[in-house]
Ligand binder design. Structure first.
Ligand code: PGA
Ligand code: ZN
Length: 436
């Protein structure tokens, strides 16, 4: 007989992929099953995000998490005892109420998200089904299109180039597994080009090649050549996805492109990105202008939203209300969903649902600071997000997620539907037709 009431909760300090402390939570239910999850951490964070609770002081650069672990063990554990792990919405509401702050700064977004995800794992284990299936609840799902980083820049590479992520997407692949095969070849080809040019200098925070380029555009050229030299047709088979993360190098007052030694106003930045869209096989652009620049976002989406996906990350911070406002204002056509930006699983799901209601693309995303935790792989399938962004194609905190989706795809067998082009509904038919 299953009994999904929470018997106990334990928080502990573990370490993330950047060697920084983070919070792990283990939940035990009355029926004896357990669930476990680890909080990720961002580096290029939006201002509206849930805040992690860090200890401050000298130890580990002030990033220690004893206070957040204390939140779990001394406040959250007694409050959640005897609650039904199967009622995620009620658990998450209780967590938010217990914290009592809009930015989750009292108990810590890191304490909350690790607890929320651990409860979710325990509920699925108690129901005896894989996490993605527990989330899907019988609704049809697609296996997501992976967005995979080849060069890392911005805040993840000491600002060596201004643009944060140079990624590829393979919407013409026949399956998730084939999209990974293609990406592996492109990653290898990019490495070979870097070595040949004497630019092989290791990797950035998410495992993409260190961007030893003379300009942002050189990265785009190299990536396009890598796609071609791996044997794929740019645009028709493989596209480029950029995370500009523009808030990190400016605001509506001016954008400082350090590498190109130029300062641009909003319209010049939009023109620059537009020029890249004309010239390179770009299918998706994230945070093209600063997080406060609603007019710039709307202008960019009006001009390019019919031919590429425009994702709000720092701009929407996984907040359903912001997604609804963006739908009304036409400022983006896709939403990035990071559970720790929202603070709980339920709030992340609400942001994703608001995106779907608006006809947006939806992308479940990791953070630059990650771990072996694979929860987001299950969220991306179980919520039928259509897309998953995890970083590069190296390093096990990234590969763990890709590998988990491979297992899910295999378990679906013939029933597995890969999202592919279907995840870009706003790219108009005529543009799409040339790519088939
Ligand atoms: P972050 O970067 O985790 O450092 O915020 C990821 C992103 O901007 O998408
Ligand atoms: Zn981003």
């Amino acid at each position: 007989m299953t009994d999904a009431r929470i018997a106990g909760l334990h928080g502990r300090r573990v370490w993330d992929s950047r060697g920084r402390p983070t919070v792990e939570v283990e939940v035990r239910l009355v029926d004896g099953v357990t669930g476990r999850a680890i909080a990720p951490a961002g580096a290029s964070t939006g201002r509206g995000e849930a805040l992690d609770l860090r200890d401050g002081g000298d130890r580990f650069g002030g990033l220690d998490v004893h206070r957040a672990v204390g939140s779990v063990n001394h406040e959250i554990a007694p409050a959640l005892k005897d609650h039904d792990a199967g009622d995620q919405a009620a658990v998450d509401r209780l967590l938010a109420d217990l914290d009592g702050t809009p930015d989750r700064s009292r108990l810590g977004g890191n304490a909350l998200v690790a607890t929320s995800m651990a409860v979710l794992h325990a509920a699925a284990a108690s129901a005896g089904v894989p996490l993605w299936r527990h989330l899907a609840g019988g609704r049809p799902v697609r296996v997501p299109l992976p967005e995979i980083q080849i060069f890392g820049g911005g805040a993840h590479a000491d600002r060596r180039v201004d643009v944060q992520d140079f990624m590829v997407v393979c919407p013409a692949a026949g399956s998730f597994s084939e999209a990974l095969d293609w990406t592996a070849e492109i990653y290898r080809a990019a490495g070979a080009l870097m070595r040949k040019a004497g630019k092989a200098q290791g990797v950035a925070d998410e495992g993409g090649f260190w961007p030893a380029f003379a300009s942002n555009e050189e990265a785009l050229e190299t990536l396009t050549r890598a796609i071609e030299s791996a044997g794929f047709a740019p645009s028709a088979q493989v596209g480029i996805s950029l995370d500009v993360a523009a808030s990190q190098f400016g605001s509506a007052d001016g954008y400082r492109l350090a590498l190109d030694d130029r300062t641009l106003d909003t319209s010049a930045l939009i023109d620059l990105l537009g020029g890249w869209i004309e010239q390179y096989p770009i299918l998706s652009v994230e945070d093209p202008v600063g997080e406060d620049d609603h007019e710039g976002m709307a202008e960019f989406t009006r001009r390019y939203g019919h031919r590429c996906q425009v994702i709000g990350d720092d701009y929407l911070v996984t907040n359903a209300k912001r997604v609804e406002a963006a739908a009304t204002g036409g400022t983006v056509n896709a939403v990035l969903v990071k559970p720790n930006q929202a603070g709980t699983v339920t709030e992340a799901f609400e942001a994703l649902r608001a995106g779907k209601d608006a006809g947006f693309g939806t992308v479940v995303s990791a953070r630059s600071g990650e771990s072996e935790d694979v929860t987001i792989a299950h969220l991306s399938v179980g919520w039928d997000a259509g897309q998953l962004k995890v970083g590069s194609f190296t390093r096990s905190e990234r590969m763990a997620k890709w590998n988990e989706v491979l297992r899910i795809e295999e378990s679906l067998g013939a029933a597995a539907e890969f999202s592919g082009w279907s995840t870009f509904p706003f790219i108009t038919q005529s543009v799409n037709a040339t790519r088939q």
